[in-house]
Write a protein that binds this ligand. Structure first.
Ligand code: GLU
Length: 509
């Protein structure tokens, strides 16, 4: 059996990272088994269609390296891959179910259904269109098929509903959860098809999975309640033999663990829940994306893979190739996975360290340009090599490294208070003198300044070196001080130290 899986999003907005994880698990499973991965767009609900969403889904998965073998954007032997383009083929399947006694036409108007609901509510009950109520409604079972056909020919709108047999147990074999059984009395006669010729999700999904020869359905847990209907549809069509195997993935939970991760959690806690930035075409609202926030695709993939799955040990860093090799449905957890913002940042930090200094310099280039800096490429590459371990996101580069390119214009007041003690202008003048007289080499400056001057005169090493740092950087952070001095060059360091002497001046304490 050749493994064929599909990712089947509805184009109702930007793809949530939970959906990205579903796509990723499908991809890992397909690749591991030498199978095929299909992108099918489920757009039967035209009322929820959002322009641009399909393109967004394709771009997001492409950015993350989740590749397809067939799909709406690639074509393939089982196309078309957009359900609205498959519209003409669904009617025959709805009619087949009616012919075989698995479905019926229903004519109930929205008002009639509403009235029924109210009637039940008044008796503190909930109305469900099912084996107990269907004979009291307007359908081809209660009216007879002749009357139903007459109404259809007269142009009356109708839907086709599935007819659940009364009181049978339906078992879904789930690869993650084991057997999940539900009694048909709990299920309502779902609408499968509407008179405008559009199937609903349930019918289109089953017909497509069957005709596209899908072998495994790996999807979010929110679809588990629909799975008994889907199993019954396979039975009703006589497709049980080739029914795909199901795996329902655990929910992605809020960081605190209570409830599904939502866009609001992302806004509240400052992390994106969408892979790419999304501009809502109706409201104009902009939602942040992992890509635009400076996450690397490898980091997002690695982080998502571990939200609900583990390799069976505590290995955390895994490339796409390793994930393909190590992935297994047996190691997917049954319980929801809590989203962890700190972990996401940690992964990004780790993957940034794997980039070459040149690659980090490429990421830095736009920021340098924005600040009007034209620096020597080798110098920028060296700065990035030295400083990348201090950042988790490319956007942090400027704040972390700006003093390599521009002299400080102000000095951290608390650092002045703590480090720039009385006599410091004399010590800084000495620094200038040393730089002007000894050869401009690391060891020579080390000897003249740290050994002979500071240690030799019993000065406080921390006070003097941190004051020098304050003069050169503007605050008391940064890499090894003499390395920085060597990189900036003699003249630039002297200029900065002189400016600090002039600006801060002599103090009393
Ligand atoms: N169109 C459904 C969704 O948007 C697909 C569910 C399934 O994979 O069966 O999630």
């Amino acid at each position: 059996m050749k493994v064929r899986v599909r990712f089947a999003p509805s184009p109702t907005g930007p793809l949530h990272i939970g959906g990205v994880r579903t796509a990723l698990y499908n991809y890992l499973f397909a690749r591991q088994n030498g199978g095929q991965m299909i992108l099918r767009i489920e757009d039967t609900d035209q009322t929820r269609f959002v322009p641009g969403a399909e393109q967004y889904i394709i771009e997001a998965l492409d950015w993350l390296g989740i590749k397809f073998d067939e799909g709406v954007h690639l074509g393939g032997p089982f196309g078309p891959y957009r359900q609205s383009d498959r519209k003409p083929m669904y009617r025959q399947y709805a009619e087949q179910l009616i012919r075989d006694g698995w479905a019926y036409y229903a004519f109930d108007k929205p008002e009639a259904l509403d009235a029924k609901r109210k009637e039940f509510e008044a008796q503190k009950k909930t109305f469900q269109y099912d084996c107990n109520t269907r004979m009291g409604m307007e359908n081809s079972l209660s009216l007879g098929m002749d009357e139903a056909q007459r109404r259809i020919h007269a142009g009356e709108p109708y839907v086709v509903r599935f007819m659940f047999p009364d009181n049978i147990d339906i078992t879904v074999h789930d690869l993650i959860r084991g057997d999940v059984t539900m009694n048909s009395r709990l299920l309502d006669d779902k609408v499968l098809f509407k008179s405008d010729g559009m199937p609903t999700y349930h019918l289109a999904n089953i017909v497509d999975d069957h005709t596209m020869e899908i072998t495994h359905v790996i999807r979010g847990e929110e679809w588990l309640p629909s799975a008994p209907l889907h199993v019954m549809l396979y039975k009703a069509f006589g497709w049980e033999e080739t029914m795909p195997r199901f795996a329902h993935l655990p929910l992605l939970l809020k960081p605190e663990g209570n409830g599904k991760l939502s866009k609001r959690d992302g806004d509240r806690l400052g992390f994106p829940v969408f892979p790419l930035e999304w501009h809502d075409p109706k409201s104009g609202e902009v939602s942040s994306g992992y890509r635009e926030q400076g996450y690397l695709p490898e980091a997002v993939v690695n982080m998502l893979a571990l939200l609900g799955w583990n390799p069976g040990n505590d290995q955390e860093m895994m490339s796409m190739d390793e994930l393909i090799r190590l992935f297994s449905i047996e190691h997917i957890s049954k319980s929801g996975a809590k989203f962890n913002v700190e972990k996401a940042k940690w992964f990004n930090h780790e993957y940034l360290q794997k980039l070459s200094d040149e690659q980090v310099a490429d990421l830095f280039a736009p920021q340098l340009k924005e600040h009007g800096i034209e620096a020597d490429r080798d110098y920028v590459v060296r700065v990035c090599g030295m400083m990348k371990e201090r950042i988790s996101f490319p956007k942090e580069l400027w704040d972390t490294c700006c003093y390599f390119f521009v002299a400080p214009t102000e000095y951290d007041p608390s650092a002045i208070k703590k480090r720039w003690k009385s006599g410091m202008t004399t010590h800084m003048a000495k620094v200038i003198e040393i730089l002007n007289t000894v050869p401009f080499e690391y060891d020579a400056i080390h000897k003249a300044l740290l050994d002979d001057y500071i240690t030799g005169n019993g000065l406080n090493m921390g006070q003097v070196m941190n004051s020098l740092r304050l003069a050169v950087v503007g605050k008391t952070v940064g890499p090894d001080m003499l390395t920085l001095v060597m990189m900036l060059g003699k003249d630039e360091v002297i200029r900065r130290v002189q400016r600090a002497i002039d600006t801060i001046g002599e103090v009393e304490n």
